[in-house]
Design a protein. Structure first.
Lengths: 198, 96, 647
């Protein structure tokens, strides 16, 4: 394996560069996945049947908490990558742990939100609007959940193996994933919640 | 400690918080739908671009051409799908 | 017994019972054969765990040929049922199931793997690479596709086939009108194989962007590689739409959500919309690689370099964008106003322009060429006039106002078969014949191949031309019978005769494979067609590392240059070669996916939970696994090379 020391660790081998590019292309597919959900959401948003509308069920407080928590976690994963690049393993692990804890916090609030919706009669089966609302939020939430496990595995590997071209590459790819989830959330925050409550 | 918080990323974070607060104005202030949706579109896309460039390091290797092409291509197709679907299913749909 | 009741077929017939017995016997025969000949170890080591792109390509090819047979039997059954008025061969339900699986099998499980087979086999060789970017994901892609295909294929003997058309429109496909598990099979078979295709897309884009031989810039890639790149871009951006649509359809059926229902605000037309947002790009996913194969074949056998390389590339890139902007033309008559329909009419007609550019480029390549009429070349030349008939009728259908006349008639059926047969199937048969010697080291017999070509091309016209007429006369598609007074009888009888002719043509190809295995000469060298690009610059069959040394490239026809213009392909010494290790994980994971899909289809929730955990356990295993591949030493390479040169 040829290691190019002029580049950051995560790019240092051909294989690593290939993996990063491959992951970017995967993110391209994810853009379309969420775009399809958004397209469906906009078609179905006013088709509430006998169920409630968005304005009737959305609450600003949990949404705001989720947004700030997720934006902060996106910031901390960025710091983790920065720490990784200056070779500070301890700081990198601390930032990654913070990110995962914030992610878990986000998920907790989201679960609260879901339980709340169901309890006030806006369940998965209530209307086309609630179906697509919960599917869109749920798909994002499932991505976050998946990311928590993934991040945890990477944390364990960094702890055991240190910062190698392999673990650095995995961490960097994970950071791309996490930032992307943040981007998706921004669109959910703007065009599902704020537009719905406007 | 200072070296762990590079100015670029801190500024990026502060800026994204400002954008969030700006977007929130559509909830707290009275405004027309057009103004509101314009604010949301502008803040959301700037926010997304910010993540892409500052946090995701999209442009730092020789693959940046491929990466940006990929993202822009995705964006174009995504917008075409969203607006095309709206055109077909809502704006141009005649059966209630 | 209650547990087993759910697996019963809802509309049994003697034919289905006979199929059950036949499938059972085949499985027993395969297991017995493998055990008797002690081939289990060989199967596992050499095929089930392989990550070699060439072997994966060949497995795709075999699957595609098997599915071609299955879909072909469906087609013959349909044509036989319609051959005479008021025929009683199939009842309405059975006919519905047959046309549904015919469409699904032919598009998703025949054409797709056929195309992907060539991508796998040819692209790494054409760009001078040792394998694809992610060999293990490539194996996973194949096995996911394969398990999806198997899932669909067991549907008709376990629980019932899907029966609401390959488009599966809601509310017809909803629980209210499709009570059997058939549509669940549809959802999961497509979801699982679609996931595999998605991964293929990412894999090949990365491969082409990152693993080209030194000197091969993007504009020096052979045309098939270009078409693969563009196709995979379309795959990556189109398949997520299908994923979401299938997810929503599944939830409607299993969890009583209201996406596509007709109550509580659900919108059935949204399914049609999303289906075709994916479905139209899908058409181009099939046709672009076919165009790539035609480009290779035509320039090889016209003995000229491809005319208009840049315009070929440009037109494909334009097609890739436009293919996402035309989907509404599949349902012009289903509720949009004149403005929307006009917009999509215009984009539809615009896409004919880049396609026309490509046709003219091929014609100009042929112009003043020294044309050699081999079998692949016959298919490539036969394609042009027949495809043009399909193309111009497509423009007729694309005019939204006129479409009200043709929509859902046999005219439409004739149109898309006239596009897909010459466009995709001919190309696949051309590719099969053209790349056969590279895959197996001997050629298919030319004489039998030519007979097969004439049978297939003439009978394509005999089968589908009458449908244009009966369609204009008003024969609707998907109707299982018609009365004598309609006058459709004669046209459908001609179609049936054509279908028999097509079947004979395909049978000839099967015979040709058998004949050539027995009698074809083996000493044909590595370049039997006097071809132009890098895949012919290594031995046939290809050694596992593809090229002993990485080739150096200076044009899109590097091998031709090395033969005629003294270009040096291989520079420097042999070096040890890094190769990926085989792995059983993709196969195991795909098997778990199969069980997962099956459990979902029959709503067996405990199994669903267990298999879901299984899938994530595989992913976790992969995350922690350390596998740095292996090296092939210089000595081993030298030995292999000597043996291959001697043979």
């Amino acid at each position: 394996m040829k290691i190019d020391n002029s580049l950051p660790l995560e790019y240092s081998t051909e294989e690593n560069q290939t993996k990063i590019l491959g992951f970017w292309i995967f993110l391209g597919a994810e853009i379309m996945l969420f775009a399809t959900l958004f397209a469906s959401y906009f078609v179905l948003v006013d088709r509430t049947g006998s169920g409630p509308t968005g304005a009737e069920i959305f609450e600003i407080t949990p949404v705001l908490i989720e947004t700030i928590v997720l934006l902060t976690s996106s910031f901390t994963i960025g710091l983790a990558i920065h720490a990784m690049r200056i070779g500070n393993k301890k700081a990198m692990m601390a930032f990654l742990t913070t990110t995962l804890l914030l992610g878990a916090g986000f998920l907790g609030v989201e679960i609260y939100e879901f339980v709340h919706y169901v309890s006030i009669g806006a369940g998965l089966q209530t209307s086309a609007f609630t179906s697509i609302l919960l599917l869109t939020l749920g798909t994002h939430g499932a991505h976050v959940t998946f990311g928590l496990f993934w991040g945890l595995f990477i944390l364990m590997q960094v702890r055991k193996q240190g910062l190698t071209p392999e673990t650095a590459n995995k961490s960097f790819i994970f950071s791309l994933y996490w930032h992307f989830l943040d981007v998706v959330w921004i669109f959910i925050f703007s065009f599902v919640y704020l537009k719905g409550m406007m | 400690m200072k070296e762990l918080f590079p100015a670029k990323q801190v500024m990026g974070f502060v800026f994204s918080m400002i954008l969030t607060v700006t977007a929130l104005s559509v909830y707290f202030l009275e405004m027309s739908f057009t103004v509101g949706i314009t604010i949301l579109l502008v803040t959301a896309f700037i926010q997304a671009g910010l993540q892409l460039v500052v946090f995701m390091h999209a442009g730092e290797t020789k693959d940046k051409g491929a990466i940006y092409t990929n993202v822009y291509y995705g964006l174009i197709i995504a917008l075409a799908t969203v607006f095309g679907t709206l055109l077909t299913m809502i704006w141009g749909y005649q059966i209630p | 017994m209650d547990f087993f009741d759910r697996f019963a077929v809802p509309h049994p017939s003697p034919a289905i019972y006979a199929s059950m017995v036949a499938i059972g016997l085949t499985v027993v025969a395969i297991i017995a054969g493998l055990t008797y000949f002690k081939k289990w170890g060989y199967l596992w080591r050499e095929w089930l765990t392989t990550v070699d792109h060439k072997r994966i390509g060949i497995m795709y090819l075999i699957s595609a040929l098997l599915m071609l047979f299955r879909g072909g039997v469906d087609a013959i059954m349909m044509r036989a049922q319609l051959a005479v008025p008021e025929n009683g061969l199939l009842d309405a339900q059975h006919y519905n199931e047959v046309f549904t699986t015919h469409g699904l099998v032919m598009i998703i499980f025949m054409a797709m793997p056929f195309v992907i087979a060539f991508m796998n086999f040819v692209v790494p060789l054409q760009i001078g690479a040792r394998d694809v970017a992610f060999p293990r994901l490539n194996a996973l892609s194949f096995w996911l596709f394969f398990m999806g295909a198997m899932l669909l294929n067991i549907s008709f003997v376990i629980g019932g086939s899907p029966d609401s058309g390959w488009t599966s429109y809601f509310p017809l496909a909803g629980n209210e009108f499709s009570e059997s598990v058939g549509t669940n099979y549809y959802m999961f078979a497509l979801q699982i194989s679609g996931l595999g295709t998605m991964i293929t897309g990412i894999n090949f884009i990365t491969t082409i962007l990152k693993m080209r031989a030194p000197g091969m810039t993007l504009m020096k890639m052979p045309m098939f590689t270009w078409s693969t790149l563009v196709t995979n871009v379309i795959i990556v951006f189109a398949f997520p739409v299908l994923t979401v649509a299938l997810l929503m359809g599944t939830m409607d059926r299993l969890f009583a959500t209201n996406f596509f229902t007709t109550a509580n605000g659900g919108m059935d037309m949204l399914w049609a919309n999303l289906f075709w947002v994916w479905g139209h790009p899908e058409v181009y996913i099939l046709i672009l690689p076919a165009f790539g194969i035609y480009s290779e074949v035509i320039s090889t056998f016209a003995r000229r370099n491809l005319y208009g390389y840049k315009s070929m590339v440009g037109s494909m890139v334009i097609i890739s964008l436009l293919s996402f902007l035309v989907w509404t033309h599949h349902f012009f008559t289903m509720g949009q106003g004149a403005l929307t329909n006009s917009i999509f009419s215009i984009t539809t007609m615009a896409i004919a322009v880049p396609t026309g550019v490509k046709i003219f480029n091929w014609l100009f390549t042929l112009w003043k060429g020294k044309i050699e009429f081999t079998v692949p070349m016959l298919y490539s030349i036969g394609f042009i006039p027949i495809f043009t008939i399909g193309g111009v009728t497509g423009v007729m259908l694309g005019m939204s106002a006129a479409d009200y006349q043709y929509h859902n008639t046999m005219f439409l059926v004739a149109h898309f078969h006239m596009v897909i047969l010459p466009g995709v199937v001919f190309a696949m048969l051309a590719g099969l014949t053209y790349y056969w010697p590279k895959m197996f080291g001997f050629k298919l017999n030319e004489r039998i191949g030519k007979w097969a070509f004439w049978f297939i091309s003439i009978n394509t016209l005999v089968t589908f031309m009458p449908m244009f007429i009966s369609g204009l006369d008003g024969q609707a598609r998907r109707m299982y019978t018609y009365s004598e007074s309609t006058g459709f009888g004669i046209w459908n009888m001609i179609s049936f005769i054509g279908a028999i002719g097509l079947a004979i043509g395909f049978a000839l190809i099967v015979y040709n494979v058998y004949y050539s295995i027995r009698y074809s000469p083996r000493n044909i060298g590595s370049d039997p067609w006097d071809a132009r690009s890098l895949e012919w610059a290594t031995h046939s069959p290809v050694p596992e590392y593809n090229f002993a040394q990485v080739p150096h490239v200076n044009s899109s026809e590097a091998f031709w240059d090395s033969k005629k213009n003294g270009h040096v392909l291989y520079k420097g010494e042999l070096e040890k070669i890094h190769m990926p290790n085989n792995s059983g994980m993709p196969f195991i994971m795909a098997c778990i996916f199969f069980l997962w899909g099956f459990a979902f289809i029959f709503a067996m929730w405990t199994t669903v939970i267990i298999t879901t955990i299984g899938i994530f356990a595989c992913l976790a295993h992969r995350s922690f696994e350390q596998d740095h591949g292996r090296y092939i030493s210089v000595r081993e390479i030298e030995e292999t090379e000597k043996k291959l040169r001697g043979a």
